[in-house]
Design a protein around this ligand. Structure first.
Ligand code: B1M
Length: 232
């Protein structure tokens, strides 16, 4: 095939299409990613599989080449834009489960950090599982978390950090909660690529969540515990 030959996404089988979507995400081609997502959905793929296998899978490749100095910020921003285009199509489908409201979560990325894709994904999955989600965006100072949690009467505070330089800010938020005597009013869940279980424990979070699916399961477990405590 010559370079001029246009690839018709709909003509590709599933495996070829996902591989092509990895390339298109890498190249930041938002329209092609949106088309690919729609084709996979039309073929009966579960929205969660499209998200994890086609979009997150593609973003992992982008992340590796960013780390290795092959891709730079402008290209990664384009890839992130393409990913968000695909996520926007999946969002209503993931939230469409009709599950009863099981709790309310305030979620945001911590101060100094503007990465929001993982946080958005967690929010989408939480909504899909029946949680009400109040997304306070990126670069959040401690007051943004605590004022919103209070105003919204939230059950859970969720914090995301993607940088080793910003993850310590999670401890600032938790320490402030302790100082204000409100630490036990909320379940505190933390996540983001550079974190781990040990870090979550060390800063006094209730749990570290490896990915969005784990965040949902962890939130459900902690909400059940909270209800049991209240009824005991
Ligand atoms: Co940035 N960046 N970035 N970046 N970026 C990383 C994080 C990095 C690892 C890349 C690398 O070097 N390999 C590196 C950090 C290194 C480090 O700290 N040790 C890095 C760097 C260095 C930077 C800049 C400093 C680059 C620069 O300017 N020189 C700069 C910092 C800006 C800032 O924040 N102040 C920067 C900028 C950017 C862009 C703006 C270009 C863009 C962000 C666009 C956006 O988010 N709108 C970007 C991107 C896209 C990335 C990578 C490539 C991808 C992140 C992502 O979206 N992953 C990333 C490389 C990587 O992570 N491999 C990288 C996909 C997403 C689905 O995964 O966010 O991990 P993730 O979320 C997962 C889980 O972690 C978990 O669930 C999610 C879904 O399963 N999770 C939670 C996340 N949050 C949670 C919260 C919870 C629970 C679970 O709460 C309960």
């Amino acid at each position: 095939m010559s370079d001029d030959d246009e690839i018709i996404l709909a003509d590709l089988d599933d495996e070829e299409l996902v591989a092509q979507m990895f390339d298109d995400l890498y190249d930041g081609l938002k329209e092609e990613i949106e088309e690919g997502v729609n084709i996979l959905l039309e073929r009966g793929w579960e929205p969660y599989d499209v998200l994890t296998k086609a979009l997150v899978g593609g973003m992992t490749i982008v992340g590796n080449d960013f780390r290795d100095g092959i891709l730079f910020v402008p290209e990664v921003l384009l890839a992130a834009g393409a990913m968000k285009g695909g996520m926007a199509i999946l969002k209503p489908l993931l939230a469409e489960t009709g599950a009863p409201r099981v709790g309310k979560m305030v979620i945001g990325t911590v101060k100094g950090d503007i990465h929001d894709i993982g946080k958005n994904l967690v929010g989408m999955m939480m909504e899909g599982a029946g949680f009400e989600v109040v997304d306070i965006g990126i670069n959040n100072a401690v007051d943004n978390y605590l004022d919103t949690a209070k105003a919204e009467d939230a059950d859970i505070i969720g914090m995301s950090a993607l940088l080793t330089t910003t993850m310590p800010y999670m401890k600032v938020v938790i320490d402030t909660m302790v100082a204000q005597g409100i630490r036990d009013d909320y379940i505190v869940l933390v996540g983001g690529a550079p974190l781990n279980e040990e870090f979550g424990k060390a800063i006094g979070a209730d749990a570290y969540c490896r990915d969005a699916a784990v965040a949902v399961e962890t939130a459900k477990t902690w909400m059940a515990r909270k209800h049991n405590q209240m009824s005991a």
